[in-house]
Design a protein around this ligand. Structure first.
Ligand SMILES: [Zn+2]
Length: 415
């Protein structure tokens, strides 16, 4: 039986300082939703399931438990300690978007087939997956409490920890006979020009935040050069449209982070930035150059599993965190390029988009580091005292209530 749903809009009044925390909460939510969208794209059959079965399947693919110790795409790779209800709200948002995207794609394919069967030229571009996410974070049971007519306490990710925040609410009161649903933190109407501007601003903020951290880290370690990889190869993969689009999304974000880090580094400390050939930076041993074995804790130390956290070199017995090893290789490539008497490293393959992007930023590799005879890079310590190598030893959370039915919603608007 269908249930009638009432959406009640109320305005949240909160201390100005909370604004940044709600933004951080929203950013995390979007990040988790985008992650699940990618998981669904990699496992398209999930979309043939109903919401409840799809939720179970997606949790099995991503959520580490005693019974499920090695999920295929662990959520813990992108964030630790996500509360169960927060995760489920994000899964629900991702499913909605993925279903809509799949429908658009199917219709586009049908139009294409029809045109081609008639011998007509078909130039319409295929639909693209969301470039940025602006899903409202729904507060399911467990994420909010102590709701009165005038206030509510919400569990919010502040950017550093989960915190209970009490906020005042104004606006239409809930009808007394209504079953209470889950409040949702909304930011406005979806089809609103001003809103889209806000979304772009938020993406900008994220790129600024990440680039700022990079520059801060470099300055703390007194580095004079920050070395990035050139953006990767963007050759579309045949028949896998979704994957191609995801690559584009990652490419876009990387480009922006590079450009922002570039000007911040230069303006704030005269630190220069440059890029090196990305070819096999993750596969080479930083110590001896041999091919590394890449694996996750608890898995056999053999082969090369992309995305796993650990590396081991069979030739020199180096062990460490995969990203750290790759970072050192990236630094070494820059130094190698400026060794006297060494042939210039081969120019990396730059696909069309990369050329455009390079032109936009007005940068080429050779210009960036010109005049620096021997770029100095702060010495690095190898080893993983920071625990990065033990990504899967974190807390294992048991699944909570399995309901993903959609309760009547209370929308709270932040201003
Ligand atoms: Zn080695």
């Amino acid at each position: 039986m269908a249930k009638a749903t009432t959406t009640i809009r109320q305005v949240l009044n909160h201390k100005p300082a909370y604004g940044a925390w709600f933004a951080a909460n929203q950013a995390l939510f979007n990040c988790v939703a985008a992650f699940y969208f990618d998981v669904i794209q990699a496992h398209e059959k999930v979309l043939q399931l109903g919401n409840q079965e799809a939720l179970t399947a997606l949790e099995h693919l991503t959520h580490t438990t005693k019974k499920n110790p090695h999920p295929v795409m662990p959520l813990s790779d992108i964030a630790e300690d996500i509360p169960a209800m927060f995760r489920r709200a994000a899964i629900h948002a991702a499913l909605g978007s993925a279903r809509s995207f799949a429908t658009h794609l199917r219709k586009w394919r049908a139009r294409k087939e029809k045109a081609q069967s008639k011998g007509k030229k078909f130039t319409e571009r295929p639909p693209v997956p969301p470039q940025s996410w602006n899903k409202s974070a729904t507060f399911y049971t467990g994420q909010w409490k102590e709701r009165t007519e005038h206030s509510i306490v919400l569990k919010v990710w502040t950017g550093t920890c989960w915190s209970w925040l009490k906020v005042r609410i104004t606006g239409r009161e809930s009808p007394t006979d209504a079953e209470m649903g889950s409040p949702q933190l909304a930011t406005g109407e979806q089809d609103n020009v001003a809103l889209w501007r806000k979304i772009r601003d938020r993406d900008e903020q994220l790129a600024h935040l990440v680039s700022r951290r990079i520059v801060q880290f470099a300055r703390e370690h007194e580095a004079r050069v920050i070395v990035f990889e050139h953006l990767g190869n963007l050759t579309p993969e045949k028949g896998k449209y979704s994957r191609r689009s995801n690559t584009k999304r990652a490419f876009w974000m990387k480009g922006r982070i590079f450009r922002y880090a570039q000007y911040k580094a230069w303006n704030e400390g005269g630190v220069i930035t440059c890029r090196v050939n990305p070819h096999n930076t993750s596969r080479e041993c930083a110590h001896c150059g041999a091919q590394v074995v890449r694996y996750a804790a608890g898995q056999p130390e053999e082969g090369y599993t992309p995305g796993t956290p650990l590396v081991r070199c069979e030739q020199c017995q180096m062990r460490g965190h995969a990203d750290r090893n790759a970072s050192i290789v990236i630094g070494q490539r820059l130094i190698a390029r400026y060794q006297p008497g060494r042939p210039q490293e081969e120019k990396p393959h730059t696909p069309r988009l990369a050329e455009r992007e390079l032109k936009d930023s007005g940068v080429t590799v050779s210009q960036e580091a010109k005049g620096e005879e021997q770029p100095f890079i702060a010495p690095t310590r190898h080893g993983s005292s920071n625990g990065h190598g033990t990504a899967h030893k974190g807390k294992r959370r048991r699944m909570g209530t399995p309901s993903l039915s959609i309760p009547p919603q209370l929308r709270l608007f932040t201003e």
